[in-house]
Structure formats: structure tokens, C-alpha cells
Design a protein around this ligand. Structure first.
Ligand code: PMP
Length: 797
């Protein structure tokens, strides 16, 4: 205690409360001390309880979809149905399969007639197209669909909401250009032209700004009620900017986002499907869940921001539905057009706003999709909630590429006035590009007029009427689908289970309806749809649905429930993911053996020596297995001899062709030379020991141990090298091949045992290895019979 007092004395500037010094200097009485200890324990307990509560609440509110997606992605194996399985994936009977086949063929030949030029011109080389073309349908169906139903994607002109492809086919466009097309193609054509014209005198000057930029900023400030604006080239880039600024200004790293919400392709906001990287600074919570609010409250101090995509109102907790996942009628959970302010999502957003306010956490609305779509004021106005930052994109560019962030001044700052080196370097060459700003200016001027307000209202009314009458017609015709919409975005919701819902996109296309690559999951109409367009669209939807039903793809009696269908699919997946990998592993090993044969084991004498050596090896394996004494010196020594016999075959008669190995295997066995030198060293040691014995000396080291060690080192060294250079799988293929070579050599090379006694074949074999000794020899033409690795030399001539 004395030393403590001294310590206290050394720090006179701190006045230590007498309670504390008294506690240590024992001037407190026992009760006081007890009270203090209890208080400390209670404090520690409360602290732990708070941590426990925070973690429990987070784990209950967290969505495990991202984690599961990353876990399952490398495990689940892809597989493709063949022609037969393709039409009976749900166990359909023969007559339904026939109907389906005929319908499918009809569709294919119609596509072949329609998309001649488009298909030819497209060719290969555009990776986006390869991705979207592949991911239109569930994977077991992909191969046949890709080979047969070739959709043309080259378009040349638009006329209102109709689009024309290079083959001259016109289709009603439900793709909405990924959400860009709100006002109608003709408007964007005008704005793009006017925008370029407005800024044409400036040309490509960047840095100094064209005055339209200032006008745009003013209009955006008015629309959003936020202080500052920043311009970018895409929605993804704008989301990156918003999150980075929130992190910088809040001095926190963690972001909350909600399950299923799309925020662009930056992997920093894709913690689940579509991204292999784990994103530890994003917490993905369940949408519309009170526990998520509790989590935000409990973790408020750690959060940089909460980001919301207001379009989740349409299908909370799930990504935008696409035909890729259309396996059952459960894939669509949509909230049929409940209007705005009393929409359950509006209530949720208001609660979210409160939770964020209480903890001073910025709330970001990602309105790249919903901005100027749900209403003129986007999701914020539609649901009546005011965020701290809004991210825009798509339509705001007036047809040109754009991303915009609007936010409160304190969140938009990119420098720290107190720390000159703390800077958030967020700036891009093409931000505020004159042409983009010009067309944005056109768009903003239009969207802020009273006429546009009326266009929004009329457009919404017409769409609602269309949706109601189409649903009535579909129900009347007994079709298992209906339309559900949020503003002018809609989805086809299927009312019966089927493995073939995704086929509907192809029937629609064939009727003249253009869809985005996600197919019937997300369809968009623009505000320029007239009554005639809607009538045409309804007729085409009805015709497509009736054709699909008639072709037997919705035979409800076949798959009676989602559960039965899910069980069927789970069985298929389990088979392909758990059983098939073993088969493909086996195939790979056998393929390596075959390649190895062709690269360096096709010589008669070499094969014969391999047969001998393999037989000895097998004997050695058996000896080691049955040995009761544990003394393996004899089999190990024999193993060495057999290896020498084996390698002699290569050294004398048939050197391995490394180039062939490299070409066929992807790696070669050049290192074999070094390996053999090492073996040679061990062999010399044997000789040395023998000579030493002859001279009356006994060696202390058991050379068999040295040899065994060398072998293990070399084999596992090679496994390690292959693993590091290629992959674990490649190293295991090699290892298994190596271990089982003696067993597969026997059936492969047994013929050589009698063929070596044929003088003709023997002479031919020698002539092959030593052509100088046989100058006039005409080689026997050996054809590989192609039945594994055992070339039948006798049959070959
Ligand atoms: N956020 C949302 C809500 C989106 O819908 C999208 C695009 N669909 C993005 C961000 C990304 O925008 P972009 O494709 O322009 O990068």
C-alpha cells in the first residue's frame, strides 16, 4: 500500500477521490468496501448483459441468407437435364411430356424464323449478354434452353413503348430499360437530343461547370429538401459514394441493410448471393421486423448508416423476383397495390426513421429504382418519410447514364476541418458531364411541371385499370397467374406450383412482348402507354398464357404441392452435390491416367517393365498391410527396386513427353528427374552400406527408413506443390492416381507380358527407342484403339 501511496503522490495533478484512496489504504469500513465491490460487480454484470442483449437481438434480427448463400454457392453443383428429363422434371406422364415437347419445338421454330439476323449478328464476345442469357432460367434447364430457344437481343428503334429488333419484329416493351424509362421513349429521345444541344458549345470540358449543373442542383435541392448534391456515372457508384461519406462523417464503419434489397453491384453492399467476399462491415437485417429496430437501437453507436431500398415494399425480404428462381408459387411474396401512406411498408419506414433519429444514425434511401418512379418525389414522398441522404440514378439522367447523391451538409462533407489529412477522396472524371447534365436538366424541368403531375396520376390510373381487367380475364380463363403491382412496376404472380413458370417469358416473347433479362419477375410500363397499348398487351398476355397452359406446362395435377416439388428438387440437388462430385473425381483421376499413358506409356517394353514393377508394388502394399511385426524394411527395399525397374523403362525406352503432359494435364512431371536423382542417392546409400559391410563395418542408420522418408517427402511435397500452384483438387487427383497406378497398370499392360516375346514387336520397340541402330526399319503403324490406356500392340499391326 505504501508504494501505491507513493504512486499517487507522484501524480499530484490528478485528484483521486478519497473514496478510492481510502479503499486502498483501508480507511473504509468493511460495509463500505462491500458496497463498492457489489457496485463494481453490478457494473460489470450490466456491461456484459448489454453486450449479451446486443448480440442476441442482432442474431435474431439478422438475415442468414447472405451467410447461407456464400456457404452453399461452392457446394451446390450444377447439372443439366437431358432431352427426356427436361419435360418431366415434375414427374409428368407421357402424354403431358409429349404435349410439352411439341409446344417447345413450336416455340423454337418460331424463334428461329423471327430472330435470324439478330442471332447471326450477335455472335460471341459480350460477357454481359453471356451472363444474362445463361441466367434467364433455372440452371438444370439452361443448356437445352440456350441451345434451342435463342432470343435475339439486337434492337434498332422505338416507337412509343414498342421496340423494333434488327429482324424487323416489333414488341411491346415491358423491360422499362432497367427502370430508366418512366416517361416514355419519345420523351427521352427529345431530352437526350436537347441536352446535348444545350451544352454542345462547351463540348467535353470537365472541371469547370456548365450553368445547367447549378440549375440541376437547385431543382434537386427543392425536390429532396436536402442541402447538397453530388454527381456520378451510375447508381452503383452513387451508392458507393453515399456509404463512404456516411462512414467518413460518422466515423463508424458498420452499415445496416435489409435482406433482399438490391443496391447495385458493388460487393460492399452485396453480402450474399452474387458475391463471394464476406462483407463484415455490413449487417443484413430482416425487413419489417421489430427486432431489426431493436438491433439498430442497441448498436446505434456502431453504425455509420442504415440504407433502404424503398422498392422492398413490393416484396420485403426477397430480391426482385426473376425467372431464375421460378420453381414454385412461393417464389413471389408481393404486397398487392396497397396505396402509399398506410402501406405497411410506410409504417415500417416511419419506425425505422424514429430508431435512426434516436441514435443519430443517418438513414439513406437508395432511390435509384424508386426515384421519380413511385411518384415524382420518389419513395420518400410516396411513403412520407424524410431520409438524410437519397441516392438517385436511372431516369434522372433523362436517358443518359447517371448517379446522384443528395444529402445533408454534415454528411456530404469530404474533408475534416480539424484534421487536414482526413479526406474522403470521392470524385470522378465524368461526374457532371455536360451532355448528361443537359438531359438531366430537361428531365428535371419536365418533372417539376404541374402537367407532369397529371401524367403521373393518369398513368397510374390507367395501369391500375389494366391490371384489374387483365386479372379478371386471367381468372375467367382459369389461368394460374395474376398481376401484382407497385406503381407502374409489376410482377406476374403464379397461383399454382410448377417447375416451368419460367417458360412463360418465352411464350410472352413469342407473342411480341419484350422483357428484361429477369423475365416476368419485374415488368415495367412507362407513362406513355395508351389504352390501345394496354389492350394489345392484355391480348398478348392472354394468348401466351393460354398457349402455355395448352402445352401442358401448368398441369396442376402433376405437382400437387410446393412441398412435394421442393422435396423432389432437394433430392436432385443432394444427388448432384453429394454423389456426383465423387464420380467426377473418379473420372478426373482416370482421365489423368489415360493422359499419362498417351504422354509416356505407350512403348511395349516400358509397359512390360511397368507391369513387373506394379506387380511388385502391389505385393509390397499387401506386405505392409499384413505385417504384424511392423518391420517394413523388406517391402520398402523391394519397392525401391521396383521403382528403379519402372523408371528404367522411361529412361532407356520411353522418356516422358513433358510437352504432351503439359498440354493434356495442365502440368508436367519434369521434377521427376530431380526425384529420381534423390532415389538414386538413396540407392547409392544401399550400395555404400553393402560395401561397408564387406569391409567389416556396420552402418547405424536403417537405410529403409531413409528411403521411406524420402519417398513420403517427395510424394507429399508434390501434393503441396500442385495444391499451391493449381488447387487442392488437382493435387488430390494426382495423389490418388499415383497411389492407384500399380492396380490400374495390371489390366492396362498385361498384354505386354506375351507381346514382348514376339520378335517382330520387340524389334519394332527397340527400333523406336534406338532408331540409329535400325536405320532401315519400317515402323509398325500403331493405332491407339482408344479403349483406355492398354494399346494392343498385337492387334495394331
Ligand atoms: N440501387 C438500386 C435500388 C437499383 O435498382 C440499382 C440498379 N437496378 C442500383 C442501385 C445500381 O444502379 P446502376 O445499375 O446504375 O449501377
Amino acid at each position: 500500500m505504501k508504494s501505491l501511496e507513493k504512486l499517487f503522490a507522484m501524480a499530484p495533478e490528478f485528484t483521486i477521490p478519497p473514496m478510492v484512496t481510502n479503499f486502498f489504504t483501508s480507511t473504509l469500513n468493511t460495509n463500505e468496501k462491500r458496497a463498492m465491490v457489489i457496485a463494481a460487480v453490478a457494473l460489470i454484470f450490466a456491461w456484459f448483459a448489454a453486450i449479451l442483449y446486443r448480440n442476441v437481438v442482432t442474431s435474431l434480427a439478422r438475415s442468414y441468407v447472405p451467410f447461407m448463400a456464400r456457404l452453399l454457392a461452392p457446394i451446390l453443383r450444377s447439372y443439366s437435364y437431358d432431352e427426356e428429363e427436361f419435360f418431366k422434371a415434375d414427374g409428368a406422364d407421357l402424354s403431358t411430356q409429349k404435349k410439352r415437347k411439341a409446344g417447345f419445338r413450336k416455340l423454337a421454330s418460331s424463334f428461329n424464323r423471327k430472330y435470324v439476323k439478330s442471332r447471326e449478328a450477335m455472335g460471341k464476345g459480350l460477357s454481359d449478354l453471356r451472363f444474362t442469357n445463361t441466367n434467364r432460367v433455372p440452371f438444370p434447364f439452361q443448356k437445352i434452353v440456350q441451345d434451342t430457344l435463342k432470343v435475339g437481343s439486337l434492337v434498332v428503334s422505338t416507337n412509343g413503348p414498342e421496340v423494333q429488333d434488327v429482324d424487323g419484329n416489333w414488341a411491346i416493351d415491358l423491360s422499362g430499360s432497367y427502370g430508366v424509362n418512366v416517361a416514355g421513349n419519345e420523351m427521352y429521345k427529345k431530352w437526350m437530343g436537347n441536352g446535348c444541344h444545350k451544352t454542345a458549345d462547351l463540348g467535353p470540358v470537365l472541371g469547370p461547370l456548365h450553368p445547367v449543373v447549378i440549375e440541376n442542383v437547385k431543382m434537386l435541392q427543392e425536390i429532396t429538401g436536402l442541402d447538397e448534391v453530388s454527381f456520378h456515372m451510375s447508381g452503383t457508384e452513387a451508392v458507393m459514394c453515399a456509404i463512404r461519406l456516411a462512414r467518413f462523417n460518422r466515423k463508424r464503419r458498420k452499415i445496416v441493410q435489409f435482406n433482399g434489397a438490391y443496391h447495385g453491384w458493388w460487393d460492399g453492399v452485396q453480402p450474399g448471393p452474387g458475391n463471394e467476399r464476406s462483407v463484415p462491415d455490413v449487417i443484413t437485417l430482416k425487413d419489417m421486423n421489430p427486432l431489426s429496430l431493436a438491433t439498430i437501437r442497441a448498436r446505434g453507436a456502431e453504425l455509420a448508416a442504415v440504407i433502404v431500398n424503398p422498392f422492398q415494399a413490393f416484396h420485403p425480404n426477397s430480391p426482385p423476383p426473376s425467372d431464375l428462381v421460378l420453381m414454385s408459387n412461393k417464389a413471389r411474396k408481393t404486397d398487392a397495390g396497397i396505396s402509399a401512406l398506410n402501406h405497411p411498408y410506410a409504417v415500417w419506414l416511419r419506425k425505422l426513421r424514429e430508431a435512426c433519429d434516436e441514435n443519430d444514425v443517418p438513414l439513406i434511401f437508395d432511390e435509384v429504382y424508386s426515384g421519380f418512379r413511385l411518384s415524382r418525389g420518389g419513395g420518400a414522398a410516396y411513403f412520407g418519410v424524410k431520409p438524410d441522404m437519397i441516392v438517385y440514378g436511372k431516369t434522372l439522367g433523362g436517358g443518359m447514364p447517371v448517379g446522384v447523391v443528395c444529402g445533408k451538409e454534415k454528411l456530404m462533407r469530404r474533408f475534416d476541418p480539424l484534421h487536414p489529412l482526413r479526406v474522403a477522396y470521392v470524385i470522378g472524371t465524368f461526374s457532371a458531364h455536360p451532355s448528361v447534365m443537359g438531359s438531366m436538366n430537361e428531365f428535371l424541368q419536365w418533372v417539376t411541371t404541374p402537367e407532369s403531375q397529371k401524367i403521373y396520376e393518369d398513368g397510374q390510373r390507367s395501369f391500375d385499370e389494366f391490371a384489374a381487367s387483365t386479372n379478371e380475364a386471367l381468372a375467367l380463363a382459369g389461368m394460374p397467374l395474376k398481376i401484382t403491382n407497385l406503381a407502374t412496376v409489376f410482377t406476374f404472380e403464379f397461383t399454382c406450383p410448377s417447375r416451368y413458370h419460367w417458360m412463360f417469358q418465352y411464350y410472352l416473347r413469342d407473342q411480341g412482348v419484350n422483357l428484361a433479362w429477369v423475365g416476368t419477375g419485374r415488368c415495367i410500363v412507362s407513362l406513355d402507354f395508351t389504352k390501345e397499348h394496354y389492350k394489345k398487351l392484355q391480348d398478348r398476355i392472354m394468348a401466351a398464357a393460354k398457349r402455355m397452359a395448352a402445352d401442358g406446362f401448368w398441369s396442376a395435377e402433376i405437382v400437387s404441392s410446393n412441398a412435394r416439388q421442393a422435396a423432389r428438387m432437394a433430392k436432385e440437388l443432394a444427388f448432384h452435390s453429394a454423389i456426383m462430385p465423387f464420380k467426377s473425381f473418379y473420372d478426373k483421376v482416370m482421365e489423368q491416367k489415360e493422359i499419362d499413358h498417351h504422354a509416356s506409356h505407350s512403348h511395349l517394353i516400358n509397359q512390360f517393365l511397368h507391369f513387373i514393377s506394379s506387380s511388385i508394388f502391389i505385393w509390397c502394399y499387401v506386405e505392409v498391410m499384413v505385417s504384424k511385426t511392423g518391420d517394413w524394411s523388406w517391402p520398402v527395399e523391394l519397392g525401391l527396386i521396383s521403382l528403379l525397374v519402372r523408371q528404367a523403362g522411361h529412361y532407356v525406352f520411353e522418356p516422358p513427353c513433358h510437352d504432351a503432359e503439359q498440354a493434356m494435364l495442365g502440368f508436367d512431371t519434369r521434377a521427376k528427374v530431380k526425384i529420381c536423382l534423390l532415389y538414386g542417392g538413396v540407392f547409392s546409400a544401399f550400395l555404400g552400406r553393402w560395401m561397408a559391410r564387406q569391409s567389416g563395418y556396420e552402418t547405424a542408420v536403417r537405410l529403409t527408413d531413409v528411403w521411406l522418408l524420402a519417398t513420403l517427402l517427395i510424394v507429399f511435397g508434390r501434393v503441396a506443390v500442385l495444391w499451391r500452384r493449381y488447387s487442392f483438387a488437382v493435387s488430390m487427383h494426382w495423389w490418388l492416381k499415383f497411389m492407384t497406378d500399380p492396380f490400374t497398370d495390371l489390366p492396362a499392360y498385361w498384354r505386354s507380358c506375351y507381346q514382348v516375346f514376339s520378335p517382330r514387336l520387340l524389334k519394332d520397340a527397340f527400333a523406336k527407342s534406338f532408331p540409329k541402330w535400325f536405320p532401315n526399319h519400317v515402323p509398325i503403324p500403331i493405332e491407339d484403339l482408344g479403349n483406355g490406356w492398354g494399346v494392343d500392340h498385337a492387334k495394331a499391326h
